[in-house]
Design a binder for this molecule. Structure first.
Ligand code: SF4
Ligand code: SF3
Length: 540
């Protein structure tokens, strides 16, 4: 196996024996095989489009496949193989054309054959380092597109521009293109990234209303509970409805925290609080939660034996030996097994952190609608010098000790600086008591990683108010990344023309020295260093 798609790639180069994420060789190569297969499906569907016989559902399957191959989503080989065979079936139902690429014609006889195909057609099959880097950068951006698009579809919307792009871009990686052409595909992926984030924002707010600034308790109650993690708001809604008056409370974990801010979700009385922090703490927090845990999307840490029987996956997520809740044909899911399981469990152990400098209540829901409704106050605070700088500290959290940098950076910011955040990176500082500036929270949490879109809307509104562009604002970018959704968010920011982004805690292993040169020369991307040095650059 060879995988270098996430920030934890072994030795900063790539995982070759087993993933740091826990993915083993067969899972890694099945994921490579899946990506290989959807390239063939894309090539066939592009041809079919020309004669008006395209399969309109191909985009949804491609999005699901891309999502299943994202870090910490699906570790279940049977499910990955089933996606491969579904993609092959759909591909073969489309008309063949002459001189087809191998991705269009190969067929797996069994799961072992699919593993073998993946091992022959993984990342290293592209020999030139810069070509490999640009192709993989595009594939990882596409994994982000696929993941966010999956949620758009779950909420009943579609966007043909996005699905056509996924197919066109996947197909492009099978051709010999010039460097400029490949860079063009990568930048276009950023443009489509903005579009899919906007689509998801619209789908979420149409379904559940505009998020409101909301204070969320982190204390544990006395009832048995269900912990729901990941990003899928529709799963949460269905769980809340089905849990109803059962006497079981529902707690959010990780990226599900912002759900508390949506009027259409916060109205459920059984949504009682947020338990724990970000994904790297699952082993400790799932253990002490005592009740069942529903994992809707990334990030899933391979569960410990002590609680694996309490874990349920759904959607694109899977782990061999963990119970999976499927979707019925009408899109509904039956969570009764999870609810019955909760009734047999003890209430969660309280792990909230209280005391000097910390708060056991988290503020979320500072998405564009809520922040723009107090835009006058924010603009006044900037004009009067009470807010001198905004620092975007969005992105992912991760396991390494060096991520303490983000906590220390947040603590070291001057009192007149405001953090704009989205994604699970915020758990490094969202329980610090950083206070407010005239009622404006010093940590503005727009929501999940996809809600980086909200930060862009806010920044654009500020730029308009001050008659400047995004780079003319007193805004610095200190982004933490881990998986491929963050890669897409980064490409989206580059597409919007944002310059001088600081990225950490490590630069992507898949960016070759040649490609890094392009990113530095054209966009001023830099790696983070120490809090002291970075503070001088970002908060001058
Ligand atoms: Fe390694 Fe990350 Fe790939 Fe997992 S996803 S195998 S940790 S590079
Ligand atoms: Fe976090 Fe996995 Fe990226 Fe949605 S939950 S931001 S890492």
């Amino acid at each position: 196996m060879f995988c270098y798609q996430c920030e934890e790639a072994a030795k900063g180069c790539g995982c070759t024996v087993k993933g740091v994420c826990g993915k083993d060789e067969s899972t890694a190569t099945l994921q490579d095989c899946l990506i290989y297969t959807i390239k063939g499906l894309s090539l066939r569907n592009i041809e079919a489009r020309k004669s008006g016989v395209a399969d309109e559902k191909a985009g949804n399957l491609i999005a699901e496949a891309l999502f299943a191959a994202l870090t910490n989503v699906n570790f279940d080989n049977e499910r990955l193989y089933s996606l491969i065979t579904k993609a092959v079936e759909m591909r073969d139902s489309l008309p063949a054309v002459e001189c087809e690429h191998d991705t269009c014609t190969w067929k797996p006889a069994n799961i072992e054959a699919a593993v073998k195909k993946g091992s022959e057609n993984g990342v290293l099959a592209t020999e030139n380092e810069d070509v490999r880097s640009l192709r993989e950068l595009l594939i990882y951006g596409l994994k982000g597109v696929g993941a966010y698009y999956y949620h758009v579809v779950a909420l009943g919307s579609e966007d043909k521009e996005v699905t056509d792009f996924m197919e066109d871009a996947l197909a492009s990686t099978t051709a010999d293109l010039s460097t400029d052409e490949m860079v063009g595909w990568v930048l276009k992926c950023g443009e489509i990234g903005v579009k899919v984030l906007e689509d998801l924002d619209r789908a979420n707010t149409t379904a559940y209303g505009n998020p409101e600034i909301t204070v969320v308790s982190t204390s544990a109650g006395k009832n048995p509970g269900i912990l729901i993690t990941g990003h899928d708001l529709k799963d949460l809604e269905q769980l809340l409805i089905q849990t109803g008056n059962s006497g079981v409370d529902v707690y959010t974990h990780g990226e599900m925290l912002p759900a508390h801010a949506y009027p259409g979700l916060k109205k459920y009385k059984n949504l009682v609080g947020n338990y724990g922090g970000s994904w790297p703490h699952q082993k400790k927090e799932f253990e002490s939660f005592n009740g069942p845990v529903l994992v809707t999307t990334n990030c899933l840490v391979p569960p410990a034996q002590s609680y694996i029987d309490r874990v349920y996956t759904t959607g694109p997520t899977g782990f061999s030996g963990v119970k999976h809740i499927p979707e019925s044909d009408n899109g509904s899911k039956d969570f009764s097994a999870v609810i019955e399981h909760a009734k047999r469990c003890s209430p969660p152990q309280d792990i909230s952190v209280k005391g000097e400098g910390y708060t056991d209540e988290l503020i979320t829901g500072c998405a564009h609608h809520a922040v723009l409704s107090i835009a006058d106050a924010v603009i006044d605070a900037v004009k009067q010098g009470r807010i001198k700088r905004f620092v975007v500290m969005a992105g992912c959290d991760g396991r390494q000790k060096e991520r303490e940098y983000y906590t220390e950076f947040a603590k070291a910011l001057p009192q007149d600086a405001v953090i704009l955040t989205a994604g699970c990176a915020k758990y490094r500082y969202n329980n610090l008591d950083l206070g407010d500036i005239g009622g404006i929270p010093r940590v503005i949490d727009a929501g999940q990683c996809n809600d980086c879109y909200s930060l862009v809307v806010i920044a654009k509104a500020l730029a308009d108010a001050f008659g400047t562009d995004l780079n003319g604002l007193p805004v610095s970018y200190n982004i933490a990344w881990y998986e491929q959704k963050a890669v897409l968010v980064l490409l989206a920011l580059l597409h919007l023309g944002v310059k001088d982004i600081t990225l950490g805690p490590r630069l992507p292993a898949f960016v070759s020295p040649g490609v890094l040169g392009v990113l530095i020369d054209n966009f001023g991307i830099r790696k983070n260093t120490t809090v002291e040095e970075d503070m001088k650059i970002m908060v001058p």
